[in-house]
Design a protein around this ligand. Structure first.
Ligand code: HEM
Length: 407
């Protein structure tokens, strides 16, 4: 296993030495080719709970739950595993307020989900299907005209941004700027770039919120501004927090899920042909790809000393709920590394479980399905461009950085 550069600080005395590991997900062998497999291979056959030093960055140690059942249980127990201060976004803005709803615990959390759930309910998402389809059609037409594609630049990064701008009621002209800020805040290793991007997003959203106050329309921002929360008006800071959260939660995730799905299809012509021959299996294929390629690792703050699955946890420590370890757990899914569209029981938790279960799952599923339908209907059998290698990362939300395709 790859060691981090500097010698890690000793683990606390209550952590059994045999449970201590030293790595970041990115440093694991194979992470640049198949991050889910790399993480699973490193942990799934070992103890159910391990303590990883410098997991997220230098000095950020965390317990890692290495089984589907434990991960699910932890998501469902917010009283023991709190969501407070789990992201770094507020800090990037030199603020300390929580990101809504993700950094709140029940019962406060339910106030925010009550506000937001109707916006992303299945019925409402059905209504935006035509918009999603028109966007996919437009992007695929441009790709066909070009004759080949770099999937990330030409499709998976742009597609969710266009849908997001449309839902939020923001102009498409902003798409390139949004992409730059999104990459800056989520992927840059340079703290200055991350901060500058966070401030740029904030400034833009603050302007948009002010404009919607004057000219409300039928869009997410106007809804958030005009719908009471817990019987009162939302504050400007809360509205900003909600909109910022939707920006960071709804773009990169879809880009990443699309990337892994299309990478697999490009490398497995048999699977691609199966879906071309049986488009009625596309819905099951989306679920199986979500199961096999979970992209999110959530963090939680441990609220009190407790023995959890035989391990002493202390208040103030953190735990990582890394969903690749759930999706690739052989006790939960037979032959977990095999993509099989005909799995009978597909109780994956790639959108998490419990109160914070993904708000945008219905939107995400629709985007993934429409993208598959559009590509498989219009683009001839595609494969990775000969002589080139796709690139992936295991930092933050796992993702695909480069996927050159030809047909
Ligand atoms: C394939 C794409 C997606 C995946 C795999 C995904 C996964 C997740 C996961 C695992 C969580 C739980 C995080 C935690 O509790 O720590 C989450 C929460 C969330 N997601 Fe998604 N997501 C996706 C797309 C979207 C989209 C398109 C939106 C846009 C609306 C969105 C909005 C949110 C929000 C707002 C939360 C926080 C919910 C809460 O705290 O109650 N997600 N997502």
């Amino acid at each position: 296993m790859t060691q981090t550069m500097t010698e890690p600080a000793p683990a606390p005395a209550h952590v059994p030495p045999e449970l201590v590991r030293d790595f970041t997900f990115q440093s694991l062998p194979g992470a640049a080719e198949d991050p889910m497999l790399a993480v699973a291979d490193a942990l799934r056959d070992g103890p159910p709970m391990v303590y990883v030093r410098n997991l997220r960055f230098e000095g950020y140690n965390a317990w890692v739950a290495a089984r589907y059942e434990i991960i699910r249980e932890a998501y469902q127990n917010p009283e023991l595993f709190s969501s407070q201060s789990i992201t770094s976004f507020s800090g990037l803005l030199d603020e300390s307020w929580p990101f809504l709803p993700i950094e709140t615990d029940p019962p406060e959390h339910s106030i925010w989900r009550t506000l937001l759930n109707p916006l992303f309910a299945p019925k409402r998402m059905k209504a935006v299907e035509a918009d999603i389809k028109a966007t996919a059609e437009k992007l695929v037409s441009a790709i066909l005209a070009k004759g080949e594609a770099e999937f990330v630049d030409d499709f998976s990064a742009v597609f969710p941004i266009m849908i997001f701008l449309s839902l939020m009621g923001l102009p498409f002209a902003q798409a390139a700027k949004f992409l730059e800020w999104e990459n800056g805040v989520l992927h840059s290793r340079d703290l200055d770039v991350r901060k500058r991007s966070a401030f740029a997003i904030r400034d833009y959203l603050v302007g948009a919120i002010e404009a919607k106050k004057v000219n409300p329309a039928d869009d997410v921002i106007s809804y958030v501004l005009t719908t009471p929360v817990d019987g009162r008006a939302i504050t400007d800071q809360e509205a900003l927090s909600v909109c910022f959260m939707l920006f960071v939660a709804g773009l990169d995730t879809v880009t990443a899920a699309l990337g892994f799905m299309f990478k697999h299809l490009a490398e497995n012509p048999g699977h691609q042909q199966q879906l071309r021959d049986h488009p009625e299996q596309i819905g099951e294929a989306v679920e199986e790809y979500l199961r096999a390629y979970p992209i999110v690792t959530s963090f939680r703050l441990i609220t009190r000393d407790v023995v959890f699955h035989g391990v002493q946890l202390k208040a103030g420590e953190r735990i990582a709920l890394s969903l690749p370890l759930a999706g690739r757990d052989g006790e939960a899914f037979a032959n977990p590394d095999v993509v099989d569209f005909s799995r009978e029981k597909l109780d994956h938790i790639s959108f998490a479980a419990g109160p914070h279960r993904c708000l945008g799952s219905h939107l995400a599923r629709r985007e993934l399905r429409v993208a598959l339908e559009e590509w498989l209907t219009r683009v001839p059998p595609f494969r990775v461009k000969p002589g080139e290698r796709p690139e992936t990362h295991a930092q933050g939300v796992f993702g695909v950085d480069y996927l050159p395709l030809v047909w």
